[in-house]
Write a protein that binds this ligand. Structure first.
Ligand code: DC
Length: 232
C-alpha cells in the first residue's frame, strides 16, 4: 500500500449476515460518493468459481490460486450492482443460500483470506471507501477512520431474509432460515483466522428495532462528527 493511498478515508461496516450491512453500506457510499467494497462477494465468487472449475473445498492451494487470479469486476449501473465473473453477470447467482454456505467454508481457509487481502485493499481509492464485511475493521483496514459493527437478533435477521426471499418468489421457512443463520454465525465467529468480532475501536449498532434510513443517518452523523463528511 502506498502512503498516499493509506490517506484515503475508509468506513468499515462489519457484522453478521442479515444485519443490514449490504443495503446500509450501499446507501452510505451513494450519499458520500465513495467507492464500495462488498468483500462477501469476493468469497462468494471464489466459491462459485471453485464449483465452475471443479476445485474441491478441501483443495487449499487450488482455492487460494483461484482467489488470487479470479477475473472479477464490480460495475454500478443505474442503481444496480453488476458483479462479473470472467465477463458473466453473476450478481444474482452468487446470492443463493448454496453459494453462501460454500463461501462460508472457503472463508475459513487462511490461504484464501490472505490471497484476497491485497485485492480488497486495492479498493481504497479517492475520495474514500465504504468496506462491508466481517473483518474490514479488524484485519483489512485496521486504520479505518470509522468502524461500525452492525448487529441484529438472529430471529430478526431470519425474518428479514424470509421477506427478501418471498419478494424474489423463493419458497423458504422461518425455522430453517434461523437454523442456517445460527450455523453460519457459529462458523464465522469461531474460525481460527479473522473471526467475526467487533474491532476494539468499533461503534456497535443494534439494528433490530431500527429502519435502514435510521441506521444510514446515524452513520453519516458519526462521520460528520469526525469531520469526514460534510454537505450531506
Ligand atoms: O456477507 P456475505 O453473506 O456475502 O458473506 C459470504 C460469506 O463470506 C460469509 O460466510 C462470511 C464470509 N465473509 C468473510 O469471512 N469475511 C468477509 N470480509 C466477508 C464475508
Amino acid at each position: 500500500m502506498t502512503a498516499s493511498r493509506a490517506q484515503h478515508p475508509v468506513l468499515t461496516i462489519d457484522g453478521p449476515g442479515g444485519a443490514g450491512k449490504g443495503t446500509v453500506s450501499r446507501r452510505v457510499a451513494e450519499r458520500l460518493g465513495w467507492h464500495l467494497l462488498d468483500s462477501g462477494a469476493l468469497y462468494r465468487l471464489t466459491a462459485q468459481a471453485a464449483a465452475k472449475y471443479g476445485v474441491a473445498l478441501d483443495d487449499v492451494a487450488g482455492l487460494a490460486r483461484l482467489a488470487e487470479t479470479l477475473d472479477v469486476a464490480f460495475i454500478a449501473e443505474q442503481g444496480r450492482a453488476n458483479v462479473l465473473l470472467e465477463g458473466e453477470d453473476v450478481a444474482q447467482t452468487i446470492r443463493t443460500e448454496a453459494v453462501g454456505e460454500r463461501a462460508s467454508q472457503v472463508a475459513a481457509i487462511p490461504e484464501v483470506r490472505s490471497a484476497l487481502l491485497a485485492r480488497q485493499r486495492d479498493f481504497r481509492q479517492p475520495p474514500g471507501l465504504v468496506a462491508d464485511g466481517r473483518d474490514m475493521g479488524t484485519v483489512v483496514f485496521p486504520d479505518a477512520a470509522l468502524k461500525i459493527f452492525l448487529t441484529a437478533s438472529a430471529e430478526e435477521r431470519a425474518r428479514r431474509r424470509l421477506l427478501q426471499l418471498q419478494e424474489a418468489g423463493v419458497d423458504a421457512s422461518l425455522p430453517s432460515l434461523l437454523k442456517e443463520i445460527q450455523a453460519r454465525d457459529a462458523r464465522d465467529t469461531q474460525r481460527a483466522v479473522a473471526p467475526l468480532k467487533p474491532a476494539d475501536d468499533a461503534v456497535e449498532l443494534d439494528t433490530t428495532e431500527l429502519t435502514i434510513p435510521d441506521v444510514v443517518d446515524h452513520i453519516l452523523r458519526l462521520l460528520e462528527d469526525r469531520g469526514l463528511a460534510t454537505q450531506l
